[in-house]
Design a protein around this ligand. Structure first.
Ligand SMILES: [Zn+2]
Ligand SMILES: [Zn+2]
Ligand SMILES: [Zn+2]
Ligand SMILES: [Zn+2]
Length: 423
């Protein structure tokens, strides 16, 4: 134990430990005095290869890592340290401990949850780092993790949610259907929504997830939903409750709900569901899947290529003051539409990834909630591909017609404008 408590810079016994954003712990006397002319931060930890140190560069004073400080004190008097290895948020043994610049530590998953709920450090109320920083760059406090492994290893595995087959947790309901692969965001400002958010957040494999189903008024609740990943969080002001949260999310996997019950908690009715991830259907015919996927990709590219921008421009060539209007008309399943969609949802996946492709296209096409739900329910990939292909066929004929009509109308309007006649 004593050999563990060593400074990553001077290699002597840690004195007033400071944990840097790279996850290495050094003595506070080993931290460099901040100089204004320094352009590059050179980490004093010899093993560190990380170029960015968010806490260290912007933070003048380093706070002593309070957990490690207490451990050092306990070790020096041969005291028990196990109780010091508890997370102040979940009160369980620290799992992937992360220490922020205030010197306080909690589990990485707990930290993400706190941030997602717009909360501050549990112990000192200091603001936590940005969600995107925590999500992408936060480093585990290496020394503390080693100590946890040393003392409480078997507990760590318990928090891995993914290894179970069925989950039981509160469900989140949304107004629209979120499909796998879809990027979207929703804002939460009602206190009941914020309460549910707190209950329904799941942490697994370094990310935060939320099980979501579509909100319906009918007596039978939907059986299928999506596990969405929280990729960003912004705090907003709400005139109603004071606090609002804007979640940036991305659909990951489908869930199938086997049981839902209403539970009263803190005076609020919440839905607690038993659900599992939808299994991959192995009954699909590979050849049919491949050819259908190729067909879909080709049809989408054809739609985008069959752009009416050129024809529109010649028809209304004299009219330069309405570029947005012409782009709008051409944008109906045209090149602009594909560009916009690729910007929002990422590049159109290749037919070699039919599962990704089918979700991408379903997200991009203007289809009804019922159609989206049908797609969400379909367990066979082959079936999903056929559904999507039928929508494309249907939409492309309608859209060609609509675009032509709109372009003609646009040209007529411009021709009739008095100043056009004068030109
Ligand atoms: Zn040192
Ligand atoms: Zn470092
Ligand atoms: Zn925790
Ligand atoms: Zn703190």
């Amino acid at each position: 134990m004593n050999s563990l408590l060593q400074c990553a810079a001077c290699k002597s016994r840690l004195y007033e430990p400071v944990t840097l954003s790279c996850g290495y712990t050094i003595c506070s006397s080993c931290t460099q005095p901040p100089s204004s002319d320094a352009t590059v931060f050179v980490c004093p930890a010899k093993q560190c290869h990380q170029p960015t140190h968010l806490f260290a560069r912007n933070q003048v004073a380093h706070h002593v890592d309070s957990t490690l400080q207490r451990i050092i004190e306990a070790v020096s008097i041969n005291g028990d340290i196990k109780y010091l290895l508890c997370c102040p948020h979940c009160h369980d043994t620290l799992c992937e401990p992360v220490t922020t610049q205030c010197g306080h530590t909690c589990c990485y998953g707990c930290m993400l949850k706190l941030k997602c709920q717009g909360k501050s450090c549990t112990e000192c109320q200091s603001p936590l780092p940005h969600y995107s920083y925590l999500n992408r760059q936060a480093s585990i406090n290496r020394l503390l993790e080693q100590i946890v492994r040393f003392f409480a290893y078997p507990k760590i595995q318990q928090q891995v949610v993914r290894q179970q087959h069925e989950y039981r947790s509160p469900l989140f309901t949304t107004g629209s259907i979120i499909l796998p692969r879809q990027r979207t965001h929703f804002s939460l400002f009602k206190s009941s929504d914020l309460h549910l958010l707190e209950k329904a957040l799941l942490y697994s494999n370094g990310s935060l997830y939320l099980p979501v189903i579509h909100h319906v008024r009918s007596s039978t609740p939907p059986r299928y939903g999506t596990l969405i990943q929280v990729i960003g969080v912004e705090e907003r002001y709400s005139p109603i409750t004071g606090k609002a949260i804007l979640l940036n999310v991305r659909g990951r996997e489908r869930i199938k709900v086997s049981d839902i019950e209403q539970v009263m908690e803190d005076g609020m009715a919440i839905m607690v569901a038993t659900y599992g991830l939808v299994p991959v259907n192995a009954m699909d015919n590979c050849d049919i899947v491949r050819t259908t996927a190729c067909d879909i990709e080709m049809r989408i590219r054809q739609l985008a290529a069959h752009d009416t921008t050129t024809t529109t421009t010649t028809m209304v060539s004299k009219q330069q003051s309405h570029p947005t209007l012409t782009t709008h008309v051409a944008g109906l399943l045209g090149r602009k539409w594909l560009e916009d969609m690729q910007q929002q949802q990422g590049l159109l996946p290749s037919p070699a990834k039919p599962d990704s492709l089918v979700w991408w296209v379903a997200v991009a096409l203007p289809i009804s909630v019922e159609q989206r739900y049908r797609l969400l329910c379909s367990e066979s990939l082959q079936h999903r591909l056929h559904l999507v292909l039928s929508w494309i066929t249907q939409l492309s004929s309608q859209w060609q017609y609509c675009r032509r009509m709109a372009n003609q109308a646009l040209a007529t309007v411009f021709d009739q404008q008095p100043y056009n006649k004068m030109l």
